[in-house]
Design a protein around this ligand. Structure first.
Ligand code: AMP
Ligand code: ZN
Length: 112
């Protein structure tokens, strides 16, 4: 399958890994938009967005959110924003479900 994040999960494309287990992978975004900008993905290809979360794939999403505090701890941040861009008009460019973790001084009270 020609999916960038599947290739990263399979180590076919290198990434700066933060956390990995059998279900999920967290790594640094290649074009960080804040001091800390990480991505968390399920290793299984969930195509393509939050619109596609359903009862057959939601357990890994719950697992990602259980693990995010651990990932944030590894990153050394306790204030952060979790973002999912759902759909092209919301800025989604990679069609493998993923969550952004952003932290840093450039995060204000406004979301956008
Ligand atoms: P989105 O725009 O929400 O689909 O997020 C995709 C993210 O993937 C963007 O923030 C990109 O900078 C990031 N990205 C693209 N290619 C890579 C890569 N090879 N390694 C790490 N992050 C990447
Ligand atoms: Zn994929």
């Amino acid at each position: 399958m020609d999916c960038l994040f599947c290739k990263i999960a399979a180590n076919e494309i290198p990434s700066k890994k933060i956390y990995e287990d059998e279900m999920i992978l967290a790594y640094h975004d290649i074009a960080p938009q804040s001091d800390v900008h990480a991505l968390v993905i399920p290793k299984e290809h969930i195509a393509s967005s939050a619109n596609d979360i359903n009862s057959s794939n939601s357990s890994v999403i719950a697992y990602i959110f259980e693990k995010i505090p651990e990932i944030a701890k590894i990153l050394g941040v306790d204030s952060y924003r979790i973002i999912n861009n759902c759909g092209e008009k919301a800025g989604q460019t990679v069609k493998h479900l993923h969550f952004h973790i952003l932290s840093g001084d450039n995060l204000g009270e406004r979301l956008v």
